[in-house]
Write a protein that binds this ligand. Structure first.
Ligand SMILES: [Zn+2]
Ligand SMILES: [Zn+2]
Length: 110
C-alpha cells in the first residue's frame, strides 16, 4: 500500500517576545523567545490552528524551535574597558595609558 499521510503538526512563530535570549543548541546563533501557534496541516493546507501553551526559543538561522531548557547561555556581553588599563596623572589629572612612563600632557614622571 503506497500511501503517505501528507499531513502533520507544525509550529509557527506567532510573536517574538524577546530577542537574543540565548543561543541555538544546533548552530549556536542567537535565538529569540517566541510565542507560537500549533498548526495542523492536511495535504499541506492548514486546517486547524491553536496557540501553544508555553514560549519556545526559535532560531532564525536553522529554523529550529526548542524549549528554553535546551538553550545555551546567551553570548557573553562585550568586554567593558577595564579601568586598570589607564591611570591618571598625579599632576594634571588627565587619563593616561597605563604603560606610559611619562604623562604625554605635562611630561611628568608617572
Ligand atoms: Zn540554529
Ligand atoms: Zn600630566
Amino acid at each position: 500500500m503506497f500511501f503517505f499521510f501528507a499531513g502533520g503538526l507544525e509550529q509557527q512563530v506567532r510573536q517574538v517576545v524577546k530577542s537574543g535570549v540565548g543561543r541555538c543548541m544546533n548552530c549556536t546563533s542567537t535565538v529569540d523567545l517566541v510565542q507560537y501557534d500549533k498548526v495542523l496541516k492536511l495535504f499541506f493546507v492548514p486546517v486547524w490552528r491553536w496557540p501553544g501553551k508555553d514560549t519556545l526559543l526559535y532560531c532564525d538561522n536553522c529554523k529550529l524551535m526548542f524549549p528554553q531548557s535546551h538553550s545555551l547561555p546567551p553570548p557573553p556581553p562585550p568586554p567593558t574597558t577595564a579601568f586598570s588599563d589607564s591611570l591618571r596623572c598625579r599632576f594634571c589629572d588627565r587619563t593616561v595609558e597605563a604603560d606610559f612612563k611619562f604623562c604625554p600632557f605635562c611630561g611628568s614622571d608617572l
